[in-house]
Design a protein around this ligand. Structure first.
Ligand SMILES: [Zn+2]
Length: 130
């Protein structure tokens, strides 16, 4: 199992931030739409994205670049990657495909969570220690 990113001193990788007419160094989500992306995979990728931990707030809400809906104001992270909270909407509702390396990362993270060794003795010993 890999070490959490915060323990390595490496920065989290940003993804899902989009370019503007003034800043074209970031991608345009319209160019990443893959209508053939399997819906079941889009569901678990967007579900993962929707359940990151809050890492910060933007000023004002973001609007979806593809349908203009209000699409979040926070940044979310899993400790390895950091994305705007609306990224799951792009994936699920518009089929904006994310890099295969990131999708594989999600698969590994979810498997690691399922494989966690579980200690059921701590809770009964500590429940009353308030
Ligand atoms: Zn949209």
């Amino acid at each position: 199992m890999s070490e959490p990113r915060e323990d390595t001193g490496r920065p989290v990788r940003l993804l899902g931030f989009w370019g503007t007419p003034e800043n074209r160094t970031l991608p345009d989500p319209a160019g990443l739409v893959d209508a053939a992306w399997e819906e079941s995979e889009r569901h678990w990728v967007s579900d993962y994205l929707d359940h990151g931990q809050v890492a910060g707030f933007s000023m004002g809400v973001s609007r979806c670049r593809l349908c203009a809906c209000v699409n979040g104001s926070r940044d979310l992270t899993d400790g390895y990657y950091l994305w705007p909270e609306g990224l799951g909407h792009y994936v699920l509702d518009h089929g904006v495909r994310l890099p295969a390396e990131f999708v594989e990362h999600i698969g590994h993270r979810l498997q690691a969570l399922e494989d966690l060794a579980r200690d059921s003795s701590w809770w009964p010993r500590n429940a009353a220690r308030t």
